[in-house]
Design a protein around this ligand. Structure first.
Ligand SMILES: N[C@@H](CCC(=O)N[C@@H](CS)C(=O)NCC(=O)O)C(=O)O
Length: 225
């Protein structure tokens, strides 16, 4: 019998990055061993610049010499390469919608939601109201489900989980805003608890105090930008 080819999986990431944490969640969920290379995202390593010359960002996954950038694409690649514990819906429409909401989370709710509240150009109340209007779409999306992915944790749980409760919410918390209170978002709060019960997720949640401190540095940059 032919010997199974040795897999070489490397991940260039940054501890506080939701984009790289979600890739780790997927690798852990699938039980894929990987070598993790922590990156300085300010003083970028020659390796990062060489592997992701277009965006110069983490995460970068290297699988048997093949280089992949952009977390959504990396998660799809992981799901198609290691088929156990699938994280994408089989149904083409559901899969397209998962990508749609992932884009909303990364491009609207995430950093943009934090910047809008920090800058509060129309006033803090309006900024909070607008951010919550977007988050309400996610509350509706998860209502009646155990996870966004259904019975089991999936792609959208990893995208939303890495970005909102364990990253951006810590920025809002740092500036004294409880953006996702239980009274307004009961389903999302239940979902956050369920996420924390999943070992692959729990192992990828950054330390709370360290993350708040990191998010406050980002807030200062937003203020002076
Ligand atoms: N769209 C990218 C976003 C990746 C990203 O923004 N990574 C940040 C870390 S959180 C980074 O490497 N930033 C370095 C920079 O902006 O120069 C993805 O989904 O992977």
């Amino acid at each position: 019998m032919a010997k199974k080819e040795e897999e070489e999986v490397k991940l260039l990431g940054f501890w506080g990055s939701p984009f790289s944490r979600r890739v780790e969640m997927a690798l852990k969920l699938k039980g894929v061993p990987y070598e993790y290379l922590e990156q300085d995202i300010v003083n970028k390593s020659p390796l990062l610049l060489q592997l992701n010359p277009v965006y110069k960002k983490v995460p970068v996954l290297v699988h048997n010499g093949k280089v992949l950038c952009e977390s959504h694409l990396i998660l799809e690649y992981i799901d198609q390469t290691w088929k156990n514990n699938p994280i994408f819906p089989q149904d083409p429409y559901e899969k397209a919608m998962a990508f749609f909401w992932a884009k909303v989370i990364d491009e609207q709710v995430g950093p943009v939601g934090l910047i809008s509240v920090v800058k509060a150009e129309k006033g803090i109340e309006v900024a909070i109201k607008e951010a919550r209007e977007l988050i309400m779409f996610l509350e509706k999306e998860v209502t009646g489900k155990y996870f966004f992915g259904g019975e089991k944790i999936g792609f959208l749980d990893m995208v939303a989980g890495s970005m909102i409760p364990f990253c951006i919410a810590r920025g809002w918390e740092g500036i004294g805003v409880d953006m996702i209170p239980k009274e307004i978002f009961p389903e999302l709060n239940k979902w956050i608890k369920k996420l924390e019960e999943v070992k692959a997720v729990r192992e990828c949640i950054p330390n709370r105090e360290k993350q708040i401190e990191h998010m406050m540095k980002i807030v200062e940059q937003f203020k002076s930008a």
